[in-house]
Write a new protein. Structure first.
Length: 279
């Protein structure tokens, strides 16, 4: 698969879920997937992407590079056989507990198990974590033996890059992998925090984008990939991470004239929604 400048984007139509409608009601009930499916931008499906692994995904070209967005919140880059993931925030629960705010201590194992499923699905040769992989600089030292063993097993046999984030500016202790502030790979610039004046090809995390649709009195709010032809901001992957609406002031200047799409994460499907449809 080449990094051709010719771009295309597609997504499969969602299967409509049945939903009980009150007797006598004339309004069609919509579940989240159906509402997003009605508003998504549909484009032809390239023959290259008909394999089962690509079902439920959405291909988006950033600076001419074709990226596969997965509904689990990761990106697979076929040309580089690379998996991109942002904002794992491992050990966030234990970080809060140290400050007296007790949360169930299962966020790290839940996050790593989801990541393991993504790695098993895509079988990448390299994994690039786009910053805030750990919730604080000491988080890697608090990994339980079970979680450490699982993380090490995911790293085994493949290249692993830790991009530094604002939460984890120092290298994780004793884990290996390459630690970088950012990475230029092909036509993409991989970093943690998106910059207003970035050159085309930036792929970042940090902002935890979410998108909101309102139709027929129903509101749907989902984590998303905020993407244009020149940049992509990835959703947060960690179990305890929240999110910001893509129209929040933190996104100001990143997408000129709101010329972007929210690739919204539905149940088993990514939906490509134009910014003009969002609230």
């Amino acid at each position: 698969m080449s990094d051709s400048p010719s771009s295309y984007r597609w997504s499969l139509k969602a299967r409509t879920k049945s939903k009980r409608i009150p007797a006598g009601s004339r309004q069609t009930a919509l579940d989240d997937n159906t509402l997003m499916a009605q508003l998504q931008t549909n484009l032809p499906l390239p023959d290259l992407f008909t394999a089962a692994s690509y079902r439920g995904t959405c291909i988006h070209a950033v600076n001419g590079v074709e990226l596969v967005t997965d509904c689990e919140g990761v990106v697979f880059w076929p040309a580089e056989q690379a998996l991109l993931v942002a904002d794992l925030h491992l050990e966030k629960g234990s970080s809060f507990a140290r400050r007296g705010q007790l949360l169930p201590p299962y966020d790290t194992i839940a996050t790593l198990k989801r990541l393991a499923l993504c790695i098993d699905k895509w079988q990448p040769k390299k994994v690039i974590a786009l910053g805030d992989s750990f919730h604080d600089d000491a988080a890697s030292e608090r990994l339980s033996p079970q979680n450490l063993e699982l993380l090490v097993s995911l790293m085994k046999g493949r290249e692993w890059v830790w991009i530094s984030g604002n939460h984890d500016p120092s290298p994780p202790a004793g884990l290996g992998g390459e630690v970088l502030n950012n990475l230029v790979l092909g036509r993409l610039f991989l970093t943690h925090e998106p910059q207003v004046d970035a050159a085309p090809g930036e792929v970042a995390g940090h902002l935890h984008p979410k998108a909101r649709l309102v139709r027929r009195g129903r509101s749907v709010r989902r984590s998303c990939f905020a993407a244009s032809a020149s940049r992509m901001i990835m959703p947060s992957f960690g179990a305890y991470t929240g999110g910001l609406n893509v129209f929040d002031a933190a996104f100001e200047g990143l997408f000129k004239d709101r010329d972007f799409h929210a690739l919204m994460r539905g149940d088993g499907q990514v939906y490509r929604i134009a910014a003009s449809e969002l609230s």
